[in-house]
Design a protein around this ligand. Structure first.
Ligand SMILES: Nc1ncnc2c1ncn2[C@@H]1O[C@H](COP(=O)(O)OP(=O)(O)O)[C@@H](O)[C@H]1O
Ligand SMILES: [Mg+2]
Length: 209
């Protein structure tokens, strides 16, 4: 992150994105979570409400408020989410290390957010990030900067874990030198480790539709 941003806000950001109910969820009687977004100004808070019947037959309503660096409501588009994520990506071409990872239960929208759909509008964070890095490198050429991009490829496979996203799937380059390293989990806990990651040169983003 840009150093002035880090000094006033710290260098870890936690965002939450709430996806809209799916058509299948709307079609069933299963109630959806009661989530409200009271913080219209800064978009930093969500409130969960649950109503339970007590033993005496009355209803009790519990609310819980959670704060994050940024909350994205169900209507937030991929490009709105990337307005924030893009600032983190900016720090990479500024020379800092940066990790973006998405966490959540199955079906919560991780893959949608990170990979997205096939149209320009629905493109997710990874292809947008890759494109931004290469765009920045390209425009910095005019000031005499020369960037060499390298990518690594790590996949975690396990029946209880979703496959990890593969950065180089979003890049051109590498050719025959590309070798996938795989960690198999679920067999021997987390003691399996791969230390032989191949690094490949990448030349640009995969073209988007
Ligand atoms: N913001 C969103 N808008 C519309 N549909 C979404 C959104 N987030 C997720 N979905 C849909 O919800 C379903 C589950 O999302 P997915 O990304 O596959 O979850 P996960 O990777 O966390 O298991 C998919 O059908 C996906 O298209
Ligand atoms: Mg997924």
């Amino acid at each position: 992150l840009p150093i002035d941003v880090v000094s006033c806000e710290g260098n870890i950001r936690v965002y939450v994105r709430v996806r809209p109910p799916l058509p299948t969820e709307v079609a069933t009687d299963i109630p959806t979570a009661a989530i409200t977004f009271p913080d219209k100004r800064d978009h930093r808070e969500i409130v969960l409400t649950s109503t339970t019947a007590t033993a005496t037959g009355t209803e009790r309503t519990d609310t819980a408020l959670f704060s994050f660096d940024r909350v994205f409501e169900p209507r937030a588009s991929q490009s709105e989410v990337f307005e924030d994520v893009g600032q983190l990506v900016q720090s990479v071409t500024d020379g800092y290390n940066c990790t973006i990872f998405s966490y959540g239960q199955t079906g919560s929208g991780k893959t949608w957010t990170m990979e997205g759909g096939k149209t320009l509008e629905t493109t997710g964070m990874i292809p947008r990030a890759v494109k931004q890095v290469f765009d920045t490198a390209e425009s910095a050429k005019a000031q005499g900067w020369d960037y060499t991009m390298k990518g690594q490829f790590l996949e975690i496979v396990g029946s209880s874990l979703p496959p990890f996203l593969r950065l180089v799937d979003y890049c051109r380059g590498g050719g025959s030198t590309m070798k996938r390293s795989t960690i198999y989990s679920g067999r021997a806990n987390w003691t399996n480790a791969s230390t032989r990651l191949n690094t490949i040169r990448v030349d640009g983003p995969l073209s988007q539709t």
